[in-house]
Design a protein. Sequence first.
Length: 216
Amino acid sequence: MEQETVPQTVLSEPAWEKSSAGIVSRYFATIKGMIPRCDFFFEKFDPVGNGARSATIFLAIGSFFAALAHTLLAVFVLPRFGIEACQGIAQNAALHVTVGTIGLTLAILIACVVSAFIQHLLLSGNRFSFVTTYRVAAYSFGVAVIFSIIPLYGLLLTGFLGYVYQIYGLTQQQKVTGNRACFAVLLIPIILILAFTLWYNSLLPLPGLGFRAIPK
């Protein structure tokens, strides 16, 4: 009895590295391939590829589009809802995009390098080098950063999606279990959240030990 073959979705290398098209089309083609099923995206993702340089450029392009979208939102969209944008943004839009791009890129780049280094140490017996772990982080947040344009919860969504993409990416690229990938990826944010919570609580008076008004 012949078994019925189920067609599988096959994705090629990231459009950013493989295609020779323009920057915009390559970036959004990579997003289109990653957002629906990031597990399939990383499954066919060349662990070596073009190295860290291409992934870093991809991250910078994502930061540029995010900064550009933030500027356009502040200048053209928010005023329609009665939220007046800063006059400085409207008058210096190009400067705002430039500073936003550089700031976002540096912040996310440092976070990706540090987190990838710690993740690589936690995932002992990695199949591939540190560059592979870094490329997973750079591509994950290079895609997730575009969601930062969503008002109020954009940054939270960016962080959440970036970590989810990293978990899937490490599972496929370094050939580790999902539990190990979750531990390596989520350990740092959990420690940071706990540290911030302890620091914030230290600024608040404990129950029963609140400050009393000094009588005149």
